[in-house]
Design a protein around this ligand. Structure first.
Ligand code: PGA
Length: 275
């Protein structure tokens, strides 16, 4: 009897589950973090981990109670930063070893840390390597400032940031990373204070640049599995326009993510565009 014919897809489809990341910055207190996490769980707990990954990133002291509030669900917890060194004399910093086991992901290279703490691309690259070594998913923020944009340096800026970071990332590790394109000028000033956003098609083009740089580094097969999200004044009413653009795998949400109802609408909009 002839062996059964194997049917293979000519080009395997990339398997990129969309992702919504909530960056709570210093907006929510300890108890509010637990309350909002619980409310988000009741609203989108069923979708999380299936149609979409949802990652809540509270401040460090709230990591453990938020994790407890989400226990038994598929919602994920992330940290807002980590130190690039494994241990040592670094007052006030948190090492990857203490985050490992507590969180699944960690934001690195956020523009507020680059600006407020003078973080360089090289330091961000070291943080990415540290996160990967600790089996954490690095959520890597890149993007141009208003001045760089006005000078026509957007592509140059993003290319420099991404290349420096990718230099220390193996192809296999690349697919565990999430890149967030966050134009610095579009990041809100806080809850209820959004800034103007880029045209979704322009943002998607720059996110395509990130994927192309990843393909140059690791090959198109690996780059096709990399998740790239948009961040900057994302609100429920603006989400669909961004995430329905090709190659946009989700959003990184700051101020709007502190309201459970608004974040749930954002999560549903992402799922609707990707199903
Ligand atoms: P925003 O913040 O949604 O409040 O603009 C996004 C971010 O800084 O990650």
């Amino acid at each position: 009897m002839a062996p059964p014919t194997r049917h293979r897809r000519a080009t395997p489809l990339p398997t990129r589950r969309p992702v919504v990341i909530a960056n709570w910055k210093m907006y929510l207190g300890f108890q509010e973090s637990v309350r909002v996490a619980g409310a988000i769980r009741s609203l989108v707990g069923r979708m999380a981990g299936r149609a979409v990954d949802v990652v809540l990133c509270p401040s460090f002291p709230a990591l453990i109670p938020v994790r407890e509030a989400l226990a038994g669900s598929r919602l994920l917890v992330g940290a807002q930063d980590l130190h690039p060194e494994a241990d040592g004399p670094y007052t006030g910093d948190v090492p990857a070893a203490q985050l490992r086991g507590l969180v699944r992901a960690v934001i690195v290279g956020h523009s507020e840390r680059r600006r407020g703490h003078g973080e360089t691309d090289e330091q961000v690259a070291a943080k990415v390597r540290r996160a990967l070594t600790a089996a954490l998913v690095p959520i890597i923020c890149v993007g141009e400032t208003a001045e760089e944009r006005a000078a026509g340096d957007t592509v140059k800026k993003i290319t420099g940031q991404v290349r420096t970071i990718l230099a220390g990332v193996s192809p296999l590790s690349l697919i565990r990373c999430v890149f967030a394109y966050e134009p610095v000028w579009a990041i809100s000033k806080g809850p209820g204070q959004p800034r103007p956003q880029p045209e979704p098609a322009d943002a998607a083009e720059l996110m395509g640049l990130i994927r192309k740089l990843a393909a140059d580094h690791a090959g198109s097969g690996y780059a096709a599995k990399l998740r790239v999200v948009y961040g900057g004044s994302v609100q429920a009413r603006t989400t669909t326009a961004f995430v329905c653009e090709p190659g946009v795998d989700g959003v990184l949400v700051g101020a709007a993510s502190t309201k459970a109802g608004e974040l749930a609408t954002i999560v549903r909009a992402v799922v609707a565009c990707h199903s």
